[in-house]
Design a protein around this ligand. Structure first.
Ligand code: DC
Length: 225
């Protein structure tokens, strides 16, 4: 029996991971956060003191890369690098920039492609990322493009960092978000863009509860679960 897949793409801070995870929970699907996989590759590059923007330094590190993921009982995805749980470390600010840089390298993307497709072959998934509906799962049953104004995304990120006790500055976050959007949208390899058959969901003026209801409605309408 073939598995169902729901692709959720969009820029950083649009609420993808929170919403995708809630949706997966409601549907009993596996939640796959593909950004976390790129972040883990970036962390390895930083561990090796290599330059994440330089393919010559990054590509050799892919060989023998020891990454795996597990899910705990409440569906939370945990990332391991060389056996170490790096789920917290990959959220650091420095890793965000490095992840955006390594993700622009075509060899990194193709290396992670099979890994992601295999997960979707073997499970019902809600997969979030930047190119899930366009490249990774072009035949996904439902494709959502989730977005929000940069200022709204920066405000959410600020709150998230504050809750984790990390000092942060709104303007700095806003600048970073815009810079990452630009990098993600303008790279040659699988740039961030809405698939022609994706449904646009703008969450600028929606709170979490409203966003999840809207998302569930769209998904149910499409695949009648
Ligand atoms: O969603 P995130 O912020 O955790 O993603 C980290 C970086 O990885 C982001 O800059 C873009 C990149 N990424 C990607 O290129 N393709 C994906 N499917 C997921 C993330």
């Amino acid at each position: 029996m073939s598995h169902k897949s729901i692709a959720i793409d969009g820029p950083a801070g649009a609420g993808k991971s929170t919403l995708a995870r809630r949706l997966a929970e409601k549907l009993g699907f596996l939640y796959v956060d593909t950004g976390a996989i790129y972040r883990t590759v970036a962390l390895k590059v930083l561990w090796e003191k290599a330059d994440p923007a330089d393919p010559i330094q990054v590509i050799p590190l892919l060989k023998g890369l020891d990454i795996h993921m597990t899910y705990n009982s409440d569906g939370e995805q945990r990332m391991y690098l060389e056996g170490e749980d790096v789920s917290g470390a990959i959220r650091r600010h420095k890793v965000s920039g490095a992840a955006s840089q390594v993700s622009a390298i075509p060899e990194v993307r193709s290396f992670l492609l099979d890994f992601q497709r295999k997960l979707a072959r073997e499970n019902n998934v809600v997969m979030d990322g930047r190119d899930i509906g366009t490249v990774v799962l072009p035949k996904a049953d439902v494709k959502i493009f989730l977005t929000a104004a940069p200022e709204a995304r920066a405000k959410r990120r600020l709150l998230e960092l504050e809750q984790r006790g990390e000092a942060a500055d709104f303007l700095e976050i806003l600048r970073d978000i815009k810079e990452r959007d630009y990098q993600d949208e303008h790279r040659a390899a699988s740039p961030l863009r809405q698939a022609a058959d994706a449904i646009l969901l703008d969450t600028t003026d929606l709170d979490l509860g409203q966003s999840i209801s809207r998302l569930l409605f769209l998904v149910k309408e499409k695949i009648g679960l």
